[in-house]
Design a protein around this ligand. Structure first.
Ligand SMILES: C[S@@+](CC[C@H](N)C(=O)[O-])C[C@H]1O[C@@H](n2cnc3c(N)ncnc32)[C@H](O)[C@@H]1O
Length: 273
């Protein structure tokens, strides 16, 4: 389970050093979120779980006359986001739990790229965000569909001789907590959101690229994602054998200078009721 504490500790630390490769893996989602943001004009956007800030920076550069606040619980990821936002005067970053965050301006657009699946009490968190949002505010976020609908997970976990069992409750906080559309619909409805809509995005998640895409992907997957902790916990010999298997699996998914695997996400949109 990746929850609150992981993001303020080791997971946040690794993501802060790996932001280029995590941005690359989510790359296909960004234009779709920006398109959702652009459906109507807005004045104050809130990027929930903004991480290293790619979405916040993209919004700030496109719309210099509109403001964007990124909120995240990881100080290390926010430090990267602040650095990337450079000279923009229309960005702010807040080190806070989005579930209780008090924005300075009521946001009329609430956006997130894969940053909303980690709340311990998602109904309370989305109800709070709903309360703090401006009248008729819009919500748009991406999240993974279920683990089983994301072939990349089963594929890379195939390298492990003994893959850890998935969480007994698929809705527990973590990357796949919002995979079930009915669950997300219930959470948002109970939190007060209306006009809830789901758009399925099937995409290729990039794990490796460049001159040595397979070793790039192996290196990435030993640091980020579901294989990282199980591989780190292995004794040296087993780890070496696992990395060989992982490389062979990833090589099967290499196309030219890229290693990518099928992923599937929801783009969820809603409006303040
Ligand atoms: C999968 S990462 C996505 C980061 C970023 N949105 C991106 O697209 O690169 C999830 C992010 O949510 C943040 N996060 C998790 N729980 C949070 C909470 N309760 N409040 C604010 N941020 C949270 C994490 O620190 C992390 O940056």
């Amino acid at each position: 389970m990746t929850d609150h504490r992981d993001w303020t500790g080791q997971v946040g630390h690794i993501w802060a050093t790996e932001w280029r490769r995590t941005d690359r893996s989510f790359g296909e989602l960004t234009p779709q979120l920006l398109a959702a943001a652009e459906v109507e004009t807005y004045a104050h956007a809130l990027d929930i779980g903004c991480g290293a800030g790619e979405l916040s920076v993209a919004l700030a550069s496109r719309y210099p006359d509109r403001h964007v606040t990124g909120v995240d619980i990881s100080g290390e990821l926010l430090a990267v986001a602040r650095q990337r936002s450079g000279d923009f005067t229309n960005t702010a970053f807040a080190h806070a739990d989005a579930a209780t965050f008090e924005p300075r301006h009521a946001p009329d657009l609430l956006l997130s790229r894969h940053g909303v699946m980690f709340f311990r009490d998602p109904v309370a968190a989305f109800a709070h965000l709903h309360d703090r949002a401006a009248r008729k505010a819009r919500l748009a976020f991406s999240c993974f569909r279920t683990r089983g609908q994301n072939a990349w997970v089963t594929t890379v976990m195939g390298a492990l001789a003994e893959a850890p069992a998935p969480p007994a409750d698929p809705r527990e906080p973590g990357p796949f907590a919002f995979g079930d559309r009915d669950h997300v619909d219930t959470v948002l409805r109970e939190a007060g959101w209306r006009e809830i809509a789901f758009h399925q995005i099937d995409y290729r998640m990039i794990f490796g690229a460049g001159e040595h895409p397979v070793s790039d992907a192996v290196d990435y997957l030993t640091r980020v994602g579901p294989t990282a902790s199980p591989i780190a916990a292995l004794p040296d010999e087993e780890r070496a054998a696992t990395l060989v298997r992982l490389a062979s699996i990833l090589d099967d998914h290499r196309q030219g200078d890229t290693v990518s695997l099928p992923a599937s996400a929801w783009l969820v949109t809603a409006r303040k009721g």
